[in-house]
Ligand binder design. Structure first.
Ligand code: FMN
Length: 203
């Protein structure tokens, strides 16, 4: 009987661990931070990260909310042309790839595993704790120029949050669009616009 139970556990536990998970993020903290003029003085791109440090779920929640969370009924922290809200934020960590669900404040897993090598062509991307991928839904916004403009606002929000919280970040246009689209399981109506790497800067 004991052996049989162990046998079943051996089958079931690995099966469960391969299921896609949903991570409920803590409520974003919407107060505090440095004054805006200080943040603007400190905004910069960082490409040298402390690879021993990861972002807590609280920091990730705050950062994603700052980037493109809901700050009013149906509207967001970044503007979007005609309020189309066509950009989805995908997250690549050392563990998995996720999509951010801003309305539920959740990360929905897409693929298990470390796909940071697909997130860009610069070495720091492979070891930084978080890479974001901004994906346009072209059924919501067919005009890709508008989508790039919308994407810029989100990336800048993340630059400002990062400066406020002493995080390092860099927005990136260098990545293999086809390979990354395959990893993130995108369809033909989805187009990757930019990526953004985030972590704690190396001291
Ligand atoms: C649209 C865009 C694409 C960029 N692509 C990359 C990139 O692929 N790799 C990178 O290291 N930096 C990239 N950058 C960051 C710029 O190099 C950086 O903003 C610029 O050198 C000015 O430095 P600062 O952000 O520290 O002011 C990009 C910036 C923008 C706005």
């Amino acid at each position: 009987m004991k052996r049989y139970t162990l046998f079943l556990a051996g089958l079931i536990i690995p099966a469960i661990s391969t299921f896609a998970q949903t991570i409920k993020l803590p409520e974003p903290q919407k107060t505090g931070g440095k004054p805006l003029m200080e943040v603007l003085s400190q905004r910069q791109s960082t490409r040298d990260f402390d690879t021993s440090r990861t972002l807590s779920d609280q920091t990730l929640s705050n950062l994603l909310w700052a980037g493109f969370g809901y700050n009013r009924e149906g509207k967001r922290t970044a503007p979007s042309a005609m309020n189309r809200q066509e950009i989805a934020i995908y997250i690549i960590t050392s563990q998995s790839t996720f999509i951010y669900d801003a309305s539920l404040n959740e990360l929905k897993e897409i693929t298990k595993g470390d796909y940071r090598k697909a997130a860009g062509s610069q070495d720091f991307v492979y070891t930084a704790p978080v890479n974001l991928v901004f994906v346009c839904d072209k059924t919501k916004m067919p005009n890709i120029q508008m989508a790039y403009a919308d994407c810029g606002f989100i990336a800048q929000n993340i630059y400002l949050y990062s400066a406020s919280e002493c995080l390092g970040t860099v927005v990136r246009g260098s990545f293999d669009k086809n390979e990354l689209s395959r990893i993130l399981k995108l369809n033909e109506n989805q187009e990757i616009l930019l990526c953004q790497t985030i972590g704690y800067p190396k001291k």
